[in-house]
Write a protein that binds this ligand. Sequence first.
Ligand SMILES: Nc1nc2c(c(=O)[nH]1)N=C([C@H](O)[C@H](O)COP(=O)(O)OP(=O)(O)OP(=O)(O)O)CN2
Ligand SMILES: [Zn+2]
Length: 123
Amino acid sequence: MYSLKVVSYFSAAHRLRDYHGKCEVLHGHNWKVEVEIKAKEVGKNGMVMDFKVLKSLLRECLERLDHGYLNEIPPFDKENPTSELIARYIFKTLKDKVSSKASLGKVSVWESETTCASYWEND
Ligand SMILES: Nc1nc2c(c(=O)[nH]1)N=C([C@H](O)[C@H](O)COP(=O)(O)OP(=O)(O)OP(=O)(O)O)CN2
Ligand SMILES: [Zn+2]
């Protein structure tokens, strides 16, 4: 198996609902997002998928969130903008966009240098 990873970042504000503590108050993070794709084979060019294409797909997905107030951007106007649900949102957005030779592995969202949540689905 092959595994590829790309990393990107976005900055946004949020506040947590149903949460008692300082995170119920409006604040922001510089989120780091790591996306993994997996494949059994490489193509003729020796690549599973061009990193450049994967990074551009991820950047496109994060543009909707960057410098926004997450609580007002669907689906986070309805669901809590936690790192877990942000990871799931990114996974669902990218799932059908990766190369047909590959499948999306894990999406990890780092809210700080010490806290990370991941989402993936079984093949
Ligand atoms: N499982 C999750 N727990 C928390 C999430 C989350 O997305 N998933 N998010 C938060 C808040 O967004 C909060 O901003 C971060 O909280 P916390 O780590 O407590 O904040 P600090 O950076 O100030 O860290 P300290 O180590 O406590 O100083 C909370 N939990
Ligand atoms: Zn927060």
